[in-house]
Ligand binder design. Structure first.
Ligand code: NDP
Length: 234
């Protein structure tokens, strides 16, 4: 049985991904930052652990625990993410740094930690959850876009470095997905009009693309767009 690790698995795309992988026969390590969420995930039948992706000591503890449990990941889904909306004139350096830590830097160092195990096994899948905003400019979303464009660049380079080891590294880039993340976006009304499909995606639709990538040995260094045609409009 293959092991998959999903970060930020307590809600949204992370929970949908963890659920779909479990239904598909994987052993799922689902991580979250709050005790109540970790307990809920355990009740749902996942191996659940505390993990705030910003903290390297959390990462070290998680690695040690998974190694002891025999559940180091064959498939790593770097899903945890945050968004922010502000024009350049209002960008706050501390908030910008925090966003990069969560969305970009964490994915780099989590991958670095677990890829050695994948390398040894000559099998691995790293799937990073990017965004259409990594390619499509939108006013007020500079910090988020920069983090996701960085994630895509990171994925391409690492895909190249590890291609011979049986490891693929890809991104899934959703458009708008019906999760808490988009609940407070002020332009929610215009969203439907922007999307050629005229529908916001479900978290399950994104999860199925993540599962697809986990099953593909020959797709690497790619960004799989899953956005109802939104990118065509940019
Ligand atoms: P949600 O806001 O529903 O979930 C975000 C998840 O990330 C939560 O589980 C949250 O945990 C977790 N998280 C945030 N910060 C940390 C942290 N420091 N350590 C650990 N976990 C953390 O959003 P989505 O499910 O929509 O987002 C998942 C991914 O999809 C993100 O990378 C996002 O950028 C991307 N995405 C989403 C889109 C959308 O329209 N929804 C579109 C494009 C991309 P907690 O509950 O503790 O806050």
């Amino acid at each position: 049985m293959k092991n998959v690790l999903v970060t930020g698995a307590n809600r949204g795309i992370g929970l949908a991904t963890a659920t779909l992988f479990k239904q598909s026969g994987y052993h799922v390590v689902a991580t979250a930052r709050r005790e109540e969420d970790i307990a809920n995930l355990a009740e749902l039948g996942f191996e659940s652990h505390h993990f705030d992706v910003r903290h390297r000591d959390n990462l070290d503890t998680l690695y040690t625990t998974l190694k002891a449990n025999g559940s180091l990941p064959d498939v790593l889904v770097n899903n945890a993410g945050i968004s922010s909306i502000e024009l350049l004139s209002r960008v706050n350096e501390e908030e910008f740094t925090n966003l990069l830590d969560v969305n970009l830097k964490s994915a780099i160092f989590i991958t670095k930690k677990f890829i050695r195990h994948m390398s040894k096994n000559k099998f691995g899948r790293v799937i990073n959850i990017s965004s259409v905003l990594g390619s499509m400019p939108q006013k007020g979303l500079m910090s988020y876009s920069v983090s996701k464009a960085g994630l895509e660049a990171f994925s391409r380079v690492i895909a190249l470095e590890y291609a011979e080891k049986g490891i693929t590294v890809n991104c899934v880039a959703p458009g708008y997905v019906d999760t808490d993340m988009i609940k407070n976006i002020p332009y929610a009304q215009q969203m439907h009009e922007q999307i050629p499909r005229r529908e916001v995606a479900t978290a399950q639709e994104i999860a199925s693309t993540v599962l697809f990538l986990a099953q593909q040995p020959n797709i690497t260094g790619e960004v799989i767009n899953n956005n109802g045609g939104l990118l065509m409009k940019s």
